[in-house]
Design a protein around this ligand. Structure first.
Ligand code: URA
Length: 209
C-alpha cells in the first residue's frame, strides 16, 4: 500500500494483541496505548534530518549529531489521541503540541470540531497528527484539513489500527500525508467500528463505558 507503513516490530505486535483483549483493564489499556505510541514515534521519526554539532565528552572533543530544524509538533485528536501522544512526548519532550478537538457524530459519523489550538509557525514544522483509530477517516480528514488551514505543509499521520476504508479515504483526500499504523484490520461494521479492532479507544482509555 503506497504511503502506508505497517510497523510490524514484534514488540508492537505483541502489545497490540494485549490491548485488543476485551478483558484488559482501563489502567493497562492506557499504559499499553502509551507504550505503543512511544514505539510508533520511534518509527515515524526514523528519517528526521540530522545536523552536526560540536561537543566535548569528558575524554575528547567530537562532532555529534542532533535533529535539525524547528521543533516537531504532535497533534493528537481528542480524546483518545491524548493517551497515545503521551509516550511520544516521553521520547521527544521538547515537541510542541496542537490539540484538535473533534468527535464523530454517532448517527452520521461526520466529524464535528469543538476545540483547536496549535503552535505558531506550523509551516516551518513537521506536524504528526495522532489518532489511535483510523476508521471512516472522517475525523482524520477533518483534522488534517484544519491543520493545513493553520499553515502546516509537512504532515504525517500515526494510528494504532486502520480500516482499509479509512486508509483509502485519507489517501484520496490527503495523498501528501503518509500513514504509520501497527495493523490494517479487515473492515468497518455498520456502526463504523473497526473489525476486529479493539472497540471504542476513548471509552476504553478513560473507562467511560
Ligand atoms: N473509533 C474507535 O474508538 N473505535 C473504532 O473501532 C472506530 C472508531
Amino acid at each position: 500500500m503506497e504511503g502506508v507503513t505497517v510497523v510490524d516490530h514484534p514488540l508492537v505486535q505483541h502489545k497490540l494483541t494485549l490491548i485488543r483483549d476485551k478483558e484488559r483493564s482501563t489502567k493497562s489499556f492506557r499504559e499499553l496505548l502509551n507504550e505503543i505510541g512511544m514505539l510508533l514515534c520511534y518509527e515515524v521519526t526514523r528519517d528526521l534530518p540530522l545536523t552536526d554539532v560540536k561537543i566535548e565528552t569528558p575524554v575528547a572533543p567530537m562532532t555529534g549529531k542532533e535533529i535539525a530544524g524547528k521543533k516537531l509538533v504532535f497533534a493528537p485528536i481528542l480524546r483518545a489521541g491524548l493517551s497515545f501522544v503521551e509516550g511520544m512526548i516521553t521520547l521527544v519532550p521538547s515537541a510542541r503540541i496542537a490539540h484538535i478537538g473533534l468527535y464523530r457524530d454517532p448517527v452520521t459519523f461526520v466529524a464535528v470540531e469543538y476545540f483547536f489550538k496549535a503552535p505558531v509557525n506550523l509551516e516551518e514544522r513537521l506536524v504528526i497528527v495522532i489518532d489511535p483509530m483510523l476508521a471512516t477517516a472522517n475525523t482524520a480528514v477533518a483534522a488534517i484539513d484544519r491543520i493545513k488551514e493553520a499553515g502546516a505543509k509537512e504532515i504525517r499521520f500515526v494510528c494504532l489500527l486502520a480500516a482499509p476504508e479509512g486508509i483509502e479515504r485519507l489517501r484520496a483526500h490527503h495523498p501528501d500525508v503518509p500513514i504509520w499504523t501497527a495493523a490494517v484490520d479487515e473492515r468497518l461494521d455498520d456502526h463504523a467500528y473497526i473489525v476486529p479492532g479493539l472497540g471504542d479507544a476513548g471509552d476504553r482509555a478513560y473507562g467511560t463505558k
